[in-house]
Ligand binder design. Structure first.
Ligand code: NAD
Ligand code: LMR
Length: 328
């Protein structure tokens, strides 16, 4: 058996974690030969800690053979001690009628503290995915507060949007999700994101040859942009199981690699690719190999695409300017 991997999950008593933790512990993240220690973080509030106790009891009751340790923490630095992987989920979710960026005031501080804690304590090759909203800007805050970690250690999750777009395209084209490749989510995990089908294929055929442009531009793009709000309206609370599933997909592909000629959407620290401002955490098409992601560069972009890519970049700049005091 391998040495146990240390996996941190914040917001461990919350809705997303209630799905995520059990999937990690059962081997769906790291495989059937990899023991896992879960290092869980919650706020130091009685109700949250009671709920966390219950989650830990249920983890024990599953008798997962790969789960060799569970730690409960209220201190971020203790939680992140030597962690190999960190899922930063803990943050307030939005309610109906809010945009995700309305959460910045409530959530941004969390990521400043946790960035510093990762910097001090995590493995030097830690892989971090920020799920808590607004995910891109929270990720930027964490990354900027962790100067001794490489920017490539940090990412934010747009895989849920990517999966949503794949499911919608498959349904429209009468195909299966496994036949869909190379969807791109550009930019922010927000209603300005740009779900781009220009490079997508269905069983190897260009997606845009199989669907009408009206459906793509008038129905599908807004539906993906607004899917989070649609779920809040239907469920009364934000997506949880699908978010956990996307977080597993994101981290799994980052660790084990993407399939040949397939890209995934990951929000990562921009190095200026596609003329997006350096330092923003922007969702790009990525491939992963040997535990590293690479932005897919030099894809052709239409005027339509460039306008949309710029719109979502502008929103990220506004969010960044609003949290300037948290960006060393
Ligand atoms: P939730 O309210 O059910 O759970 C959040 C948990 O985080 C709570 O238990 C809370 O006590 C805890 N928490 C708050 N501050 C913390 C801190 N500083 N340290 C540790 N724990 C802390 O919410 P949820 O449904 O699990 O959603 C969590 C976040 O994920 C929200 O911000 C939500 O908007 C976001 N989200 C993102 C995506 C995405 O695609 N990126 C998808 C779904 C949800
Ligand atoms: C989602 O996309 O489902 C999450 O970001 C939750 C939300 O607030 O929409």
């Amino acid at each position: 058996m391998n040495k146990p991997a240390r996996v941190a999950v914040t917001g461990a008593a919350g809705q997303i974690s209630y799905s995520l933790l059990f999937r990690i512990a059962s081997g769906q993240l790291l495989g059937k030969d990899q023991p896992v220690i879960l290092s869980l973080l919650e706020v130091n509030v009685e109700a949250a800690l009671r709920a966390l106790d219950g989650v830990v009891m249920e983890l024990a009751d599953c008798a997962f053979p790969l789960l060799v340790g569970v730690e409960k923490h209220t201190d971020a630095q203790a939680c992140f001690d030597a962690v190999d992987y960190a899922f930063l989920v803990g943050a307030r979710p939005r309610k109906a009628g809010m945009e995700r960026k309305d959460l910045l005031e409530a959530n941004a501080q969390i990521f400043s503290v946790q960035g510093k804690a990762l910097d001090a304590a995590a493995s030097r090759s830690v892989k971090v995915v920020v799920v808590g909203n607004p995910a891109n800007t929270n990720c930027m805050i964490a990354q900027r507060n962790a100067p001794s970690l490489a920017p490539e250690c940090f990412s934010a999750m747009t895989r849920l949007d990517h999966n949503r777009a794949a499911a919608q395209l498959a349904a429209r084209a009468g195909a299966e999700v496994k036949d869909i490749a190379n969807i791109i989510i550009w930019g922010n995990h927000s209603s300005t994101q740009f779900p781009d089908l220009a490079h997508a294929t269905v069983s190897g055929r260009p997606a845009l040859d199989l669907i009408d442009s009206d459906w793509y531009e008038v129905e599908m793009i807004p539906a993906v942009q607004q899917r989070g709000a649609a779920i809040i309206s239907a469920r009364g609370s934000s997506s949880a199981a699908s978010a956990a599933s996307a977080a597993i997909d994101h981290m799994h592909d980052w660790i084990f690699g993407t399939a040949a000629d397939r890209y995934v959407s990951m929000a990562v620290v921009s190095q200026g690719e596609y003329e997006i401002e350096k330092g923003l955490v922007y969702s790009y098409p990525c491939t992963c190999q040997d535990g590293k992601y690479q932005v897919v560069e030099r894809l052709k972009t239409s005027d339509f695409a460039r306008t949309k890519m710029k719109e979502t970049e502008d929103e990220l700049k506004q969010e960044r300017d609003g949290v300037a005091s948290l960006l060393p």
